[in-house]
Design a protein around this ligand. Structure first.
Ligand code: ACG
Length: 558
């Protein structure tokens, strides 16, 4: 059990003092600034400028692996021009049409230059991976997305670079090199193993000393105690914001600063401090940008990454964090046909997150076995997971292909989670006129966009209807959450309330039809359903078909 409460200003101050002491004792000899001191003491005393990213509250994000989305130049590798050519599938820019998915924002998995297929080891933070196109292609993509009303956020890997990045090549060349202190060195392997378990070592042999790399020797951790690293990453962020991006998905944010073995490699006070500083730099450059942190841990710890809400509405650190516990609970509920796992996480979120915090729920992402595989492609289970995801608060994230019921490919490698998008059932799948870089996942003949787009009962049509309902209903988009008792363990019930609207949502996690009892003062007006759902305030009863989602507006009794 984790007994971690939200950090208090006193704790934060203690952390700063601890950091200052630590930096003073581990310098390279050259005088340097304190490790994580605020830019200027005066700036720290001023109330921070607020974010202006209310657009993200309730927005639907779509995670794209560019390599697997659409190839435009016939090399079997997806690219930026390919993605641009497919934007109409995601959002055609016309809110009155129902033939697009209707997502509000894109998260592009890493697109910077990198030697790996996935791109999480960056060799150049300033330019697009040539395999994906040019910087000009990127500008066209952003402009085309913006024309359709879609925002674009980029995966930004702050924790580490590639071992082939010129900074690391220089740093590794000699203890006296200009970039030596951009990474973390020790004369010996300290024997620490990865904080998430297993036996993988986090210290790796360099040319003269050992360097720290929590993920892999090909990913040396940057030294976030070094002000030059912090300044450089803030500059990189400003550069892409100036280029038009609307924010960043920040990789591995728990791991930025480490103080020792085991759990001293995650969630350290200095990590929070450098994230606050980074967030302030982004907020100053572009107040309507969004940051979403990858803090893959439990609710009370994720909550600490929002920071102090007394200094800034929603918190002064990362304005949004992926809700990993909720993701697990949604999939678990759909699998076990029980609403309780979801209700438990929602109660924990209410208890621990600061007031006004933006949640970021999802089902599965590029590191996880796809939800369709976990749920054995059971159509009603997939519908119940989607229904809950798209009616809960926060900014739901869809992983490309999830809306089709795309499964994993065979095997345990991460590539099996990241296969090409099946646009149709042909050998190239509409993805490429060349051999795709990786084989399509099983089921391509049925699970593809062409087959599902025109079928009203397909999973794709279901997602389209749910997203349209979310957009048409202000309380679903931005309303606060209140759980309601349905007297049925398979049915999750909750109100969503804004100033002007209250809606009731009932989600049947069972594959069988279910009834639920309602404690409602007022009358109900049906706003929409995915599946079949009826409810009556008079009889205080609702009926839902297997997997169905029902949404009603609660009106005062005349
Ligand atoms: C990010 C990216 C990932 C990427 C890297 C490296 C980092 O999304 O694609 O890999 O740039 C840890 C890190 C994450 C990291 C994953 C892969 N993801 O924290 O930042 O590893 C536990 C730990 C987590 C851990 C997770 C998975 O807490 O820290 O994530 O396990 O190992 C309950 C518990 C919860 C626990 C879970 C799961 O929910 O509450 O704490 O989480 O169970 O057990 C890239 C490539 C990869 C390549 C790699 C080298 O994408 O393909 O292999 O680089």
């Amino acid at each position: 059990m984790i007994l971690l409460s939200r950090r208090t200003p006193a704790l934060a101050a203690a952390a700063l003092l601890a950091t200052l002491a630590l930096t003073a004792s581990c310098g390279t000899g050259a005088p340097r600034e304190p490790a994580v001191a605020p830019a200027t003491p005066a700036a720290a005393a001023l109330p921070p400028t607020p974010w202006q990213h209310e657009w993200a509250r309730g927005a639907v994000f779509y995670e794209v692996f560019v390599r697997s989305f659409q190839d435009s130049n016939g090399d079997g590798i997806g690219d930026l021009n390919g993605l641009t050519s497919r934007l109409d599938y995601l959002n055609d820019g016309d809110p009155t049409t129902t033939t697009d998915l209707g997502v509000d924002a894109l998260w592009l998995m890493p697109i910077f230059a990198s030697p790996s297929y996935h791109g999480y080891d960056t060799t150049d933070y300033e330019h697009v991976n040539p395999a994906y196109g040019t910087d000009a292609d990127f500008d066209r993509l952003v402009a085309a997305a913006h024309r359709r009303g879609m925002k674009v956020i980029l995966d930004l890997v702050l924790n580490h670079s590639s071992s082939q990045h010129p900074w690391f090549v220089d740093a590794d060349s000699s203890p006296a090199s200009a970039h030596r202190d951009w990474y973390v060195w020790n004369p010996a392997d300290l024997g620490w193993t990865a904080p998430w378990g297993g036996t993988n070592h986090t210290w790796h042999a360099g040319r003269t000393e050992f360097f720290y790399g929590v993920f892999w020797s090909g990913m040396p951790d940057l030294n976030w105690r070094n002000p030059a690293v912090r300044a450089e990453m803030a500059r990189v962020a400003r550069l892409w914001l100036a280029r038009g991006v609307d924010g960043f998905r920040l990789d591995a944010t728990r791991h930025l600063v480490e103080n020792g073995p085991g759990q001293l490699q995650v969630d350290q006070p200095e990590t929070h401090q450098v994230l606050r500083e980074f967030a302030a730099a982004v907020r100053t450059a572009k107040p309507d940008a969004i940051l979403v942190g990858e803090n893959w841990t439990e609710t009370p710890i994720i909550a600490t990454y929002y920071g102090d809400a007394s200094r800034l509405p929603g918190g002064d650190e990362l304005p949004m964090s992926f809700d990993f516990p909720l993701a697990g609970a949604l999939v678990d509920a759909a699998k076990s046909e029980r609403a309780e796992p979801v209700a438990t996480v929602l109660r924990a979120v209410a208890e621990h997150y600061p007031k006004g915090a933006l949640d970021a729920p999802f089902l599965t992402n590029h590191d996880m076995v796809r939800v369709a595989t976990v749920l054995g492609s059971d159509p009603l289970a997939l519908r119940s997971a989607a229904g809950a995801l798209l009616t809960l608060p926060g900014a739901p994230f869809l992983y490309y292909g999830e809306e089709l019921g795309l499964e994993n490919a065979a095997g345990r490698d991460d590539t099996a989670k990241r296969t090409p998008m099946p646009w149709d059932g042909t050998p190239g799948g509409g993805f490429s006129n060349h051999q795709p870089w990786f084989a399509f996942a099983p089921g391509q003949a049925q699970t593809n966009v062409a087959a599902e787009a025109s079928a009203p009962d397909s999973l794709l049509s279901y997602y389209r209807r749910l997203i349209a309902l979310r957009h048409a209903t202000p309380a679903l988009r931005g309303g606060a959450l209140e759980l309601v008792d349905t007297a049925n363990p398979a049915v999750l019930g909750f109100f969503r309330r804004t100033g002007g609207q209250t809606v009731l949502v009932l989600q049947n996690f069972s594959r069988q039809p279910q009834s639920a009892s309602l404690q409602i003062a007022g009358s109900l007006r049906a706003l929409g359903a995915a599946g079949t759902a009826t409810a009556s305030a008079e009889t205080k009863t609702a009926f839902l078909s297997g997997g169905a989602t029902g949404v009603w507006e609660v009106l005062p009794t005349p």
